[in-house]
Design a protein around this ligand. Structure first.
Ligand SMILES: *Cc1c(COP(=O)(O)O)cnc(C)c1O
Length: 390
């Protein structure tokens, strides 16, 4: 089966891990701060806090931004569940903003309308999680302006988009947000096995996130109540968790980061080939706005007035050895969220998307022959001619 995504691990990645295994530290030692430093340098953000997953980074970001039981967080329904769950970990409410039919990111127009209504009802959100779906940044400067007008904080969920740019600005710079979260799960742009990172330009916020990723424990005398460091090595001053990254994982992440630009180039190359070959098929292809460069974590197409259902299409692709899948079933229709009161009809664009989208395989090592096979099978499936390569 050709998977929809997979990591590429090189000999130098392996060597970097072995070096840690032979060293003094296994968990958070000298390599974690080096990985943080490298991502600060790459993105331009002034602060980076490594965690053991993006889910953990989202959680500490929400807590550090003060999200609690009376709070509200909004996000897109077309995302991985973690973008919404982080609010639930804080006992806050979740709500969703419907998607843009072209970019499939949350619609800024829908956001504006929902904010106006929410202001009337005194139900404004505290945090918006803007997901860079499939690798394309959201309209971040417009969201920032709305954040200032309506008084909410912004977390960019950039789990899909490390290496992407908007208006020439690298994702992760936090120019238009409070925090940007990255994921290093193996299917993502670069991997550390499991791992995440929270980037910010706010020193205080970074301090809080560092505290929360390590049980709420500090070793800084100025933050301690009993200040004799000879006796009190540390104090717990808040309730945090063990969300630390290990040096083993950080070594892999750091080594992968050196290959990031080539990974993203390769992903864009494969995506353009799909778009060129499938241009005349009855499909909606990905739209990348001119001010964006996508990292192309996912290559998604949508069936359009087609004779074949999504279910049949995915089944036939799988029968042909192609691991096609759906990213994502709308989060608000997951049983857990239905139990919280959400149901069909709430976010029609997202629901339409959930019924018509399919993800085709895309990863740096996808072979040209395999992509050719995928294009041919998709063409057959839709009884459509595919364009010749070129
Ligand atoms: C993968 C993913 C996450 C969670 O990442 P982990 O590192 O696996 O916790 C969060 N949000 C989005 C959009 C993702 O795709």
């Amino acid at each position: 089966m050709i998977p929809y995504g997979r990591h590429r691990v090189s000999e130098s990645d392996i060597a970097a891990i072995l070096e840690v295994l032979r060293s003094e530290f296994l968990t958070q030692g000298p390599v974690v701060p080096r990985f943080e430093e490298a991502l600060r340098h790459y993105t331009g953000a002034s602060q980076a806090v490594a965690t053991n997953s993006a889910t953990a980074a989202l959680h500490v970001a929400c807590r550090a931004l003060g999200l609690g039981p009376q709070g509200r967080l909004w996000t897109s329904p077309i995302t991985f569940v973690a973008s919404a769950n982080c609010a639930r970990y804080c006992d806050a409410d979740v709500d969703f903003v419907d998607i843009d039919p072209d970019t499939w990111n949350l619609s800024v127009l829908a956001l504006k309308q929902k904010l106006v209504t929410a202001r009337h009802e005194k139900r404004l959100p505290d945090i918006l999680v803007a997901v860079h779906f499939s690798g394309q940044p959201t309209e971040q400067e417009e969201i920032k302006a709305l954040g200032e007008e309506f008084g909410f904080r912004i977390v960019e969920d950039a789990s899909h988009s490390l290496g992407a740019t908007r208006r020439g600005e690298r994702v992760g710079s936090c120019r238009w947000s409070d925090v940007t979260v990255l994921s290093f799960h193996p299917v993502k742009i670069i991997t550390s096995g499991e791992g995440g990172m929270a980037l910010t330009n706010d020193e205080e916020l970074a301090w809080q996130m560092r505290l929360l990723r390590n049980h709420g424990i500090t070793r800084e005398a100025k933050a301690m109540r009993r200040t004799d460091p000879a006796v009190y090595e540390y104090e717990q001053i808040a309730l945090g968790w063990n969300y630390r990254q290990t040096d083993i994982h950080a070594a892999l992440g750091l080594s992968q980061l050196r290959q990031l630009d080539s990974f993203v180039d390769r992903r864009n190359e494969i995506a353009s080939r799909y778009s060129q070959r499938l241009a005349d098929a009855p499909l909606q292809l990905p739209t990348v706005r001119p001010e964006n460069r996508s990292a192309f974590h996912l290559y998604i197409v949508r069936l359009r007035n087609s004779q074949i259902t999504q279910r049949e299409a995915i089944q036939r692709l799988r029968d042909a050895g192609i691991g096609a899948t759906l990213h994502y079933p709308p989060v608000h229709l997951q049983p857990y969220y239905r139990d919280l009161g959400f149901g069909p009809g709430a976010f029609p664009e997202a629901e339409q998307f959930g019924q018509t989208a399919l993800t085709l395989p895309l990863y740096p090592d996808l072979k040209e022959d395999d992509q050719e096979h995928i294009v041919q099978v998709v063409g057959d499936l839709l009884s459509s001619r595919v364009n010749p390569a070129g």
